[in-house]
Every structure is written in structure tokens, then in C-alpha cells.
Design a protein. Structure first.
Length: 65
């Protein structure tokens, strides 16, 4: 699942959630709820997070950029 993959990337990136929040503008509460699986992220927030983590999101074999 895409959200699980992004969560793993956040967990393994070596940065604190505070650093991620400050760099992306995704507030701490939203990021915390996403990381705990309580909620998803908007496509904008997901794109911002993926860009910050240097992830390439793909869907059905196609790049989403």
C-alpha cells in the first residue's frame, strides 16, 4: 500500500518528524496521525512529503510527477 511505503520511508529517512514538519509545512498533528495510520494525507501533502524524501511515486507502472 502506498501510504505504508511512505510511512516506512519517513521512519527510515533518519530525520525527526519535527524536521520533516518544518521543511514540508505538514503540521505535526497531521503527520503524527498519518504515521499512526489514523488518517491519510491529501494528495498535495503526499506529493510534498514524497518530494522532500526524494521518493518517486508510481502508479500502475507510471511515474506520478
Amino acid at each position: 500500500k502506498l501510504s505504508d511505503q511512505v510511512r516506512r520511508a519517513v521512519d527510515t529517512c533518519g530525520m525527526t518528524r519535527y524536521v520533516i514538519w518544518k521543511a514540508t509545512g505538514i503540521d505535526q498533528a497531521t503527520l503524527s496521525r498519518f504515521m499512526s495510520g489514523e488518517r491519510g494525507l491529501t494528495t498535495t501533502a503526499l506529493d510534498t512529503l514524497a518530494e522532500f524524501l526524494d521518493l518517486q511515486l508510481t502508479m500502475a507502472g507510471e511515474s506520478v510527477e
